[in-house]
Ligand binder design. Sequence first.
Ligand SMILES: [Zn+2]
Length: 281
Amino acid sequence: MAAAKRHCAGLSLEKGHRFPHQNSTRHRENGHKHHPESLLDISAKVVALNIPFQQVEERFSRIPEPVQMRIVFWSFPRNEKDICMYSSLHHSTVSESEYQKLPFQRGVRLLDNNAVDHVLQVGFHLSGTVTEPGNQLYNEPEQVHRVSISFDRCKITAVTCTCGNRDIFWCQHVVALSLYRIRKAGSVQLRLPISETLLQMDREQLQKFAQYLITAHHTNVLPTAQQLADEILQSKSRINQLPGKYRCLFFSFSLRQPFQFCSCTSEGIVEWGRGSNTAGS
Ligand SMILES: [Zn+2]
């Protein structure tokens, strides 16, 4: 992957590609007012890059919501070169037409054509839709792909896209959503990790939350929901033997991959739910 990184940097120089966000500081210095970052943002950037959020939660009994928000905000990758590195394999002999077909370049064009929509960041999970335009020449209709990206400490850890990309490199839809988050970070809806939201709910609200979640995705989550309910109702089941409260919940829905339900406690990460989806198959 080191070679890919080296090539990717060369690729950007050879073709004159610019990574706009990297010039933002210089741009400000060259003629516009310079607004220094707040101490909160400076601290949050360092924490977001270096410390797992779970460690932060364990270190302090209560973290103010604005502090959590800034840590979550700065945890997404900030460098477009990283997106390029994992989405495009550069060959030194690549022609201009081949270059334009690289996922990174296709992702840039999708972003420029406003193909990215419904972008939402919940904790360390980013989701959105990317509309691939149709091709009248081949009678191909436009397609809307759902993309989700998980990340931690400024590194993307997992991606899914309904286009069904099987390449080791990310598809152009993942690229488009990632670049949207980097370039238009201020316009992305941001929510705290769902575990924090759950902590704020009372029993009735939690019950309503679970019922509506199952109703909205019943074909995807019902088998796992039933499995969890069975385990919780058994006093000696594994789930009831785990010490500590659950700090983090992670759901992974994809029509093309097994459904996963993961949870981590203060004792470590536990994964219970994993099964086949019935929707769309
Ligand atoms: Zn895709």
